[in-house]
Design a protein around this ligand. Structure first.
Ligand SMILES: [Fe+2]
Length: 415
């Protein structure tokens, strides 16, 4: 029997002070040691293992105790295939039977990215946390017997390698968007106490529009891949689509087998109202189409929906564009969370109006690295090696446009 192509797992994450980012939605500053984190996970594991209904106990405890953004979905990480999760986590998950609990484990987080910024120091390895794992008691998918769609060439083109995609990602690490994001976030953290609100207001309106402009972009990516029907191999296309649809569904608060949670727009509205002390609806009504975000959206639409005759190249371009969005969003949201924390402690809290709604920023700071891994897996499941140039062009196009957007926002903060 062949090994499952996909697995679904839940985890309960406990961070410690040596974690890559020692803060979470549960604890702004994590101070516990690795040993203390391990003991906590052991305690949680015992509680779960001795419960009358293990999956329910796992989900309940993960919801209240996990430091991961997946706490919102009872610790569920959804479906994933080989190469999408950290190796140790993947190996542990695939070794379990359905419904089984793993032993506590430490997960690494240093392997995915080059160290380019202060918060990703080289050499940090054993950096995330102790985690308990369980297969959700659901179906497993096995690799289909016949991988070639009738009408497709029997000899499938060679796929792009992990190394080639990582190399392109490392170009983003040193690209224009990273510089613009650094500039923007430094200015955000340093906003003057006497005029922070006036400077931030137009920026927040731009961010609100920008947040929603990614949903049509992701939808276009899905369409571009679907349009290769009859040209691309069914299994490759299907695998890519299964990956690509997950982050889009998450934007609308949707996860498999669960009641619908808050959409990202709703989470942003809470954050905005807490920060600016006014409803987001009023700001959007006053400025329905903020100029920088509107331009950025027009560029994305032009790039992803423009005319062309080669559907495979269009699909590969769209997937490269998507990967760049998700890859850069990890920096974008992690740094934004840090900057708002600094602004809060330096300006907002002393002024008597501390931020209390952190969910929007924390969910994104936690979740975008996972989205980037999904985007990476989609690319390596679908894009032929011969299309590396198309992939690179798409990633650089997004890098250029995102840099222009954040430099505009930085200009607003500096005005
Ligand atoms: Fe994302």
């Amino acid at each position: 029997m062949s090994a499952p192509a996909q697995a679904r797992a839940s985890h309960l994450l406990v961070k410690h002070r040596n974690s890559r980012r020692p803060s979470s939605w549960k604890e702004p500053v994590v101070t516990r040691s690795e040993e203390e984190a391990l003991q906590l996970v052991k305690q949680y594991r015992n509680q779960i293992a001795t419960a009358s209904d293990v999956p329910v106990a796992f989900a309940e405890l993960a919801t209240t105790e996990s430091h991961c953004g997946s706490a919102r979905s009872g610790g569920d990480l959804g479906w994933f295939g080989p190469g999408q999760m950290q190796k140790a986590f993947e190996d542990a998950t695939f070794a379990l039977t359905v419904g089984e609990l793993s032993q506590p484990m430490f997960s690494d987080s240093g392997g995915q990215r080059k160290a380019v910024a202060a918060r990703r120091p080289a050499g940090v390895k054993r950096s995330l946390a102790a985690a308990a794992v369980s297969h959700a008691p659901l179906r497993e998918l096995t690799a289909p017997e016949s991988p070639v769609t009738p009408g497709c060439p029997a000899q499938l083109p060679e796929l792009i390698t992990q190394e080639a995609v990582r190399s392109l990602e490392s170009e983003l690490d040193n690209g224009a968007s990273i510089a613009a994001l650094r500039r923007f976030n430094d200015l955000l953290a340093d906003l003057p106490a006497d005029c922070w609100e006036a400077r931030l207001r137009p920026v927040m309106t731009e961010l609100a529009y920008n947040l929603e402009s990614f949903n049509p972009a992701f939808t276009s990516v899905l369409l571009r891949v679907q349009q290769t029907i009859g040209v691309s191999d069914y299994v490759r296309r299907d695998t890519a689509l299964k990956h690509l649809i997950q982050p889009l569904a998450g934007e609308y608060g949707m996860h498999n087998s669960e009641a619908q949670a808050a959409t990202h727009r709703e989470l942003f509205s809470q954050f905005y109202a807490d920060l600016m002390r006014e409803p987001l609806e009023g700001a959007l009504a006053a400025t329905p189409c903020p100029p920088a975000a509107q331009l950025f959206f027009a560029q994305m639409t032009r790039d992803l929906c423009g005319p062309g005759s080669d559907v495979m190249q269009q699909a590969c371009y769209a997937m490269g564009y998507n990967l760049a969005i998700e890859y850069l969003a990890d920096y974008e949201k992690t740094w934004m969370l840090d900057s708002f924390r600094t602004l809060n402690s330096r300006v907002l809290a002393p002024a008597g109006r501390p931020l209390t709604q952190w969910v929007f920023l924390e969910v994104h700071a936690e979740g975008e690295a996972e989205h980037a891994a999904i985007g990476h897996a989609a690319v390596t499941a679908f894009v032929p090696a011969a299309e590396e140039g198309v992939l690179r062009r798409a990633m650089m196009d997004h890098d250029r446009d995102m840099a222009a957007f954040y430099n505009h926002l930085a200009d607003l903060l500096e005005a």
